[in-house]
Design a protein around this ligand. Structure first.
Ligand SMILES: NC(=O)c1ccc[n+]([C@@H]2O[C@H](COP(=O)([O-])OP(=O)(O)OC[C@H]3O[C@@H](n4cnc5c(N)ncnc54)[C@H](O)[C@@H]3O)[C@@H](O)[C@H]2O)c1
Length: 418
């Protein structure tokens, strides 16, 4: 069986340094890694991971390996692999099949290679691994005990599988832990999306009309950080409560059809399809810049953009200029894929520390669990809270404990107005 496939194995020393830098900012995962090294909770288990191959993912992989697992890894996006990190992991003996700039066929061939290892557990980001396993490799399902899912879009797809009865094993929705989405989706995507936009464009955000599509966890973070840089943030939403929240946070809210005509920047992070499409592009100002931070590259309708255009050229890395038939120029970053991972390095390590601590602890709990029903499960509360406790400890922050009187007061009903 093929051992690994990466772009350039000679990049390994540089990748090793990146992994070291990430590990130095991931104290929670390091604590878990040290315990795993002693207890070996994953001993002899083959874990298939389909995750963005970043320096932080490498620290997670090293943690799982310390716990005794045999990890087989592929990327969860054709443009997000950090080739130096992939090379370093290959050098460490991890079976990694990933490189930046894959076409769709190469992307799925790497998922197939991972599944050739007959995993007992899957760690997925977006549910392409689970989807391929169920639809194309059903014979491999019998070995699989359980899995985890990292992102909102993956959880949405898995819940749809559970609903129509096609999900064949238990999955823990890591995304839905407080210590994941409150920090990773909000502060992680907030900072790294701005980072991606700045690296790709190098333009000023202050004073610009910055349209954020969605006001969910990721889009709230993006809006918050863009506002902090002085942009005039405009929100588009489909859920009234979220739109109201945006309005009360002082942001302008309007339909995308209106925002299209005034935006300088457009960022989608909805998990939805064709949020920005032909009718909106037709209204955009000359020079408008579009990008996406949602999981799949379907939020901006790229075929629509192509059909409106007469020419396309690459201006800078991760920036394509489309010249429309009417002469206007529109810019698309990172081919409409996750701009924070394709044009920058994904979330900062401090945030992934918590997301991946949840991944490691959920993998351990699945390994120890008796047979679970094929459903989507939430992260056990005790895991979520232990990650928060470890993170606070690593930050040197102490908090109060309930007194006996307070515990009693909060669990009884007989004391009212005094
Ligand atoms: N870039 C990253 O690193 C990263 C990190 C985490 C999650 N994600 C992905 O980002 C996407 C959003 O995740 P989330 O956790 O913020 O989800 P969420 O459910 O909290 O938010 C999505 C929001 O988009 C809104 N929405 C849906 N369709 C819309 C439309 N047509 N127009 C305007 N708003 C619309 C929804 O009402 C919701 O408020 C998902 O695809 C998720 O997988 C990306």
């Amino acid at each position: 069986m093929e051992q690994f496939q990466v772009k350039d194995k000679t990049l390994a020393p540089q990748g090793k340094l990146q992994i070291e830098w990430a590990a130095a900012h991931m104290p929670v995962l390091n604590t878990i890694k040290n315990r795993f090294a002693k207890e070996k909770p994953l001993k002899g288990l083959t874990l298939a991971a389909c995750l963005h191959v970043t320096k932080e993912t490498a620290v997670l992989v090293e943690t799982l390996v310390a716990g005794g697992a045999n990890v087989v890894l592929c990327g969860s996006n054709p443009l997000s692999t950090q080739d130096d990190v992939a090379a370093a992991l290959a050098e460490e003996g991890v079976h990694v099949f990933a490189w930046r700039g894959q076409n769709t066929e190469e992307y799925y061939s790497c998922i197939d290679k991972v599944l050739d290892y007959d995993p007992v557990m899957t760690l997925d980001d977006g549910a392409d691994l689970v989807g391929t396993l169920h639809s194309k490799r059903p014979q491999a399902l019998k070995n699989v005990k359980g899995g985890t899912e990292e992102t909102t879009t993956g959880v949405v797809r898995l819940r749809a599988m559970e609903k129509d009865g096609s999900l064949k094993y238990a999955i823990i929705a890591v995304n839905d832990a407080y210590t994941k989405y409150l920090f990773d989706n909000r502060y992680g995507t907030g900072q790294s999306t701005i980072d991606g936009i700045l690296r790709a464009t190098s333009v000023l955000l202050a004073g610009k009309n910055f349209v954020v599509c969605g006001y969910g966890w990721c889009s709230r973070g993006i809006a918050m950080r863009a506002q902090g840089l002085g942009a005039n943030v405009i929100i588009t939403e489909v859920v009234p409560t979220k739109a109201l929240e945006a309005a009360m946070n002082g942001l302008r809210v309007m339909p995308i059809a209106e925002a299209a005509a005034i935006g300088d920047f457009f960022v989608t992070a909805t998990g939805d399809i064709s949020v920005i499409r032909k009718e909106h592009m037709q209204k955009m100002k000359d020079g408008a810049i579009m990008c996406n931070s949602g999981h799949f590259n379907v939020e901006i309708n790229i075929p629509d953009l192509q059909s409106l255009s007469k020419a396309k050229r690459i201006i800078r890395p991760n920036m394509e200029e489309y010249t429309l038939k009417d002469g206007r120029k529109l810019y698309l970053l990172a081919e409409g894929r996750l701009v924070n991972l394709a044009a920058a390095e994904g979330h900062p390590s401090e945030v992934m520390d918590m997301s991946f601590a949840n991944q490691a602890l959920c993998a351990e709990s699945l390994a120890k669990a008796a047979k679970m029903q094929p459903k989507v499960y939430t992260v056990p509360k005790q895991i979520d809270e232990s990650v928060a406790e470890l993170k606070l400890k690593s930050m040197g922050i102490n908090i109060d404990k309930l007194t006996a009187e307070q515990q009693k007061y909060l669990s009884t009903w007989d004391m009212g107005t005094t």
